[in-house]
Design a protein around this ligand. Structure first.
Ligand code: GLN
Length: 208
């Protein structure tokens, strides 16, 4: 059975675990370095990237996570998880630990605070023709991507693009790494989880 770890230090990890289980895979809460053994994939949930980063260091999980991702563990970050996967954020809190796995630059809270959270329909060609209903909660925006990064989705609302100062990339893929600025785990549409499970199955790493 495909086994997906969900980083469970903070944030909405339970929603991700439920989605993984609904798709017939095993979900394991990851809190300690030993929890990374035998995973086919890892999800880093939404929450607060500064807090999650601090806890990662406190639990001595930051370097084992970097090592596992570097060794090829398929990993998907949603919202705060996307920020943690980024190589760079232009407004990180001083010393905020990042996993620096994806060749992307992000801007935290790109739309503003909690009151600027919103839902929107997004075209995601990799998931098929039907637009994806997406939920953005104090989400980041991707400002630039390196040559090995595929853009999976862009905002299509001029109002939202104006709010971010013209940036519009909200879903990216770099090999077996995925990042989304929104939260597929809080909707019933599990196509993004299916997409990630397929990546994890195909990679078949099973980190030991
Ligand atoms: N704004 C949060 C951060 O910087 C992310 C919000 C979220 O994950 N919903 O980490």
């Amino acid at each position: 059975m495909t086994r997906i770890g969900v980083l469970a230090l903070q944030g909405d990890f339970r929603e991700h675990m439920r989605a993984v289980e609904r798709l017939g895979a095993e979900a394991r809460a990851v809190r300690l370095p030993k929890d990374l053994a035998g995973l086919d994939g890892l999800i880093i949930p939404g929450g607060e990237s500064t807090v999650m980063g601090k806890l990662m260091v406190e639990y001595q999980l930051d370097q084992p996570l970097r090592d596992a991702i570097h060794a090829g563990l398929p990993t998907w970050g949603t919202c705060a998880g996307l920020i943690l996967l980024a190589r760079e954020t232009d407004n990180a809190l001083l010393g905020q630990p990042l996993l620096a796995a994806m060749d992307i630059r992000v801007c935290r809270n790109a739309f503003g605070g909690q009151r600027e959270s919103f839902e929107t329909e997004l075209d995601v060609p990799a998931l098929g023709e039907e637009p994806l209903h997406t939920v953005f909660i104090r989400g980041p925006i991707v400002e630039s991507v390196g040559p090995g990064v595929e853009v999976l989705a862009r905002l299509n609302s001029p109002r939202l693009i104006a709010a971010t100062g013209g940036f519009d990339i909200v879903a990216v893929r770099q090999g077996t790494l995925l990042g989304t600025a929104f939260h597929p785990e809080v909707t019933d549409d599990l196509r993004f989880h299916e997409y990630f499970l397929a990546i994890a199955r195909e990679a078949g790493v099973g980190v030991s």
